[in-house]
Design a protein around this ligand. Structure first.
Ligand code: 2RA
Length: 353
């Protein structure tokens, strides 16, 4: 019997990409059940070329389900993932509710896929999209060179904040298009008015050094996630990590500049070789020909793209990289689907949970 999959949060920005990805990948699933809030129940969505009716989230909706992929707000996941797990479902959760729980593995198949087997709560967590947009490349470099320190800045797309983020950027672009705004202090803010959506400042014609909510000492929740999750995924609980998260007027694909310091000296040729041969990573690095990854080219693709590979001028153990990854695909839906496929393979081999 092929396992039954539930997609919980099927109508959201990530849920929509999940359905597209399930239609594109080798099909390992029997029934695929679509689940969302009661508000969306009854809608019909297409997956694997067929229309499927969306069911309202309830306890009974998990009957007969083997694996559930959740993309719902933290508080919804905190309540419903244990409910599903108690009914024998293995949950792959893309919220922040369980990522740092020591009894929940935080999995990136290319980096630590074996961790999926150790899941005492019946829940496997999917990392935050900003962590995921760089971690496959970093995992490959760490395996060879041994990571000692990370300094990261993100350039995050508005779809990281869901449909409301995309809608806000589109509305703001309409308000500023064809004008001469962006030449005087406050002119963009006045044109956009209160219409800043999920962002604290206008995001059109702007960059905003903020993502998430306020944590201690001025750090943002997004910055803490990148630090905590990178440490957990790489198995380096004391790794020094400094992060600044920034929102930019890009629809989809997060970019990051990375300064990574390793145990020993590195070479650019060695690093390029590792990046070029790592599964799930593409090296696109020829500045002389104007070739480096940008969101405009990376959006809609699966790999982590790496360019601008340089050795730090003042430290022969450190590399500088520019990394791009589609935050809705590898950053969310694709990694969730890959984890679910590891579980499907395990269940199909009759090993249970
Ligand atoms: C963002 N990483 O981009 C967040 C979403 N999880 O806002």
């Amino acid at each position: 019997r092929r396992p039954t999959l539930a997609v919980v949060g099927a109508t959201g920005a990530v849920g929509t990409v999940m359905l597209r990805i399930l239609s594109q990948r080798a099909d390992v699933w029997g029934e695929i059940r679509l689940v969302a809030s009661p508000r969306s129940a009854g809608r019909k969505l297409v997956v694997r070329g067929e229309e499927v009716e969306v069911l309202a989230l309830s306890e009974e909706v998990f009957d007969g389900v083997d694996v559930a992929m959740f993309d719902v707000p933290d508080e919804v996941a905190a309540h419903w993932a244990p409910v599903a797990a108690a009914r024998g479902v293995v949950v792959v959760d893309n919220s922040g509710a369980f990522r740092m729980d020591p009894d929940v593995p935080l999995v990136v198949p290319e980096v630590n896929g074996h961790k999926v087997r150790n899941r005492p709560r019946g829940i496997v967590a999917n990392p935050n999209c900003t962590t995921l947009s760089m971690i496959v490349a970093l995992g490959a470099l760490h395996a060879e060179y041994g990571l000692r320190e990370l300094v990261v800045s993100s350039y995050q797309a508005v779809s990281g904040a869901g449909r409301a983020g995309v809608e806000t950027l589109r509305q703001q672009i309409a308000l500023v298009a064809g004008t001469e705004l962006g030449t005087h202090p406050g002119d963009v803010r006045r044109a956009v008015g209160d219409n800043t959506g999920p962002f604290p400042e206008p995001v059109a014609l702007n960059v905003v050094p903020w993502a998430g909510s306020l944590r201690e000492d001025g750090w943002s929740s997004e910055e803490m996630k990148v630090r905590d999750e990178s440490r957990k995924i790489l198995g380096l609980p004391r790794l020094p990590v400094a992060v600044t998260c920034v929102r930019v007027p890009v629809v989809t694909t997060h970019s990051l500049t990375v300064h990574a310091r390793f145990q020993d000296e590195v070479t650019v040729d060695g690093a390029r070789e590792i990046i070029a041969t790592a599964p799930g990573v593409v090296l696109f690095d020829n500045p002389a020909a104007g070739e480096f990854p940008t969101p405009a080219d990376v959006v809609g693709t699966d790999p982590t793209w790496v360019g601008r590979v340089r050795r730090a001028l003042d430290d022969p153990t450190a590399l500088e990289l520019f990394v791009c990854g589609d935050n809705l695909r590898k950053g969310a839906a694709l990694n969730t689907a890959q984890i679910a496929e590891l579980l499907a393979a395990e269940l199909s081999h009759g090993e249970g949970r």
